[in-house]
Design a protein. Structure first.
Length: 170
């Protein structure tokens, strides 16, 4: 099944602004994006509506990765997905403009988070979003699917951005 994430430009800009903030010991910021899942024929459409940054105190000092969040941050995201049935995407940023993809560490993290979120909200889509200055990449676990799919991303507003997705081995 194909998937597209339709993200409002102002929400994209809000996330980019938050993810640029400095942290006392983490080299990057993390947040969670919540939304609803719809369908247009065989295409799953995720429409995000709220971004929640991970609070400073929920970062763990760990020099082996750019950012490590604690169990409370993950618990909060899982609880919200469970209680609301909303889609949940783990969000962070890479530098630069244009296309990007997840690092091996990112994919390893999402391989644990995606399926666990699926168990919390079975009828929603869950996954990850990594942003650049101009666009992003999405990896999504759709309801009842065991493998993630690379999702297309459209950033709606001025300027309009469309990443048609594609194959990165998923």
């Amino acid at each position: 099944m194909k998937c597209i994430v339709r993200l409002r430009r102002n929400l994209f800009d809000e996330m980019r602004s938050d993810l640029r903030r400095r942290h006392a010991h983490a080299f990057e910021r993390v947040g969670f994006l919540y939304g609803r899942l719809g369908r247009a024929g065989s295409i799953a459409i995720v429409v995000p509506f709220e971004y929640t940054p991970v609070p400073d105190e929920q970062y763990v000092e760990d020099r082996t990765v750019s950012a490590m969040i604690d169990a409370d941050a993950l618990f909060d995201a899982h609880q919200r997905a469970r209680s609301t049935g909303q889609c949940c995407l783990h969000v962070h940023a890479h530098g630069g403009s244009g296309g990007t993809w997840f690092s091996r560490t990112d994919v390893s993290t999402l391989d644990r988070i995606g399926p666990s979120l699926q168990r919390m909200a079975k009828s929603a889509a869950h996954g990850g979003l990594v942003l650049t200055k101009t666009t992003g990449a999405c990896l999504m676990w759709l309801p009842e699917e065991t493998k993630p799919v690379r999702s297309a991303l459209s950033i709606v507003g001025f300027p309009l951005t469309l990443d048609r997705g594609g194959s990165h081995g998923c």
